[in-house]
Design a protein around this ligand. Sequence first.
Ligand code: HEM
Ligand code: HEM
Length: 186
Amino acid sequence: GQAIAQQGNGQGAIACLSCHGPQGEGNAAGGFPRLAGLPAGYLSHQLRSYRDGTRQNPMMQPFALALTDEDIQAVSAYYASLEGEDVNLPTSYQAAAPENTAEWLAERGDWENTIPACNQCHGPNGQGVGDTFPPLAGQHASYLAAQLNAWRNGTRSNDPNGLMQGIAERLSEEQIGLITAYYATL
Ligand code: HEM
Ligand code: HEM
């Protein structure tokens, strides 16, 4: 991966660093995005997309077309591994490790289990949005858990478009305990 980034692959993909910078930091003036620290799966998806034309860009496409599946995997893993002091970045962005905490679930969701962030609908800090999305902040944990369980066992099915039922079904018992305790303290 590092070799491709710094020297190209010898098959038509020139060194990535000529545009994306020596540390994958990108170049704002040139319109070259930062690659350092982006998730490997995201990077490889973008490279395959340039290759198959579902993402079109005349500058990137020829290089993506010259990369094999192996190249894509290696160079994506390399850029994903660059972080912190290796990279001289103008912003404070740092890739964070996923953690199964209530705050994580509330703000980012658990996409491996197709659970969106609660705050996406219930608003920043679970403060609620309009007449449709009730606040969760400050509600009793036992009540919140009882509602999630009500969707799971079918005694509550009043949610518009089934928005809550699927989420309630996909949450683990452990996540229900964590998330309801979290909102109760906000
Ligand atoms: C975008 C990887 C070489 C110019 C991207 C993206 C990736 C990538 C993953 C998408 C980033 C995102 O979605 O956040 C690579 C790799 C390279 C390479 C692995 C080496 C094999 C180059 C070179 C140039 C270049 C040599 C300049 C001639 C660009 C530009 C974009 C881009 C302009 C933005 C295109 C758009 O708006 O869709 N590159 N790149 N890349 N790259 Fe590269
Ligand atoms: C209602 C929890 C994510 C949409 C509720 C209630 C709870 C809850 C406990 C009942 C509140 C009450 O009865 O006062 C959660 C948790 C989530 C989550 C823990 C994240 C894991 C979402 C998301 C959406 C959503 C992502 C939107 C796609 C709704 C709606 C209601 C509701 C529309 C009101 C249903 C009705 O009209 O009765 N949620 N929620 N929720 N939630 Fe969520």
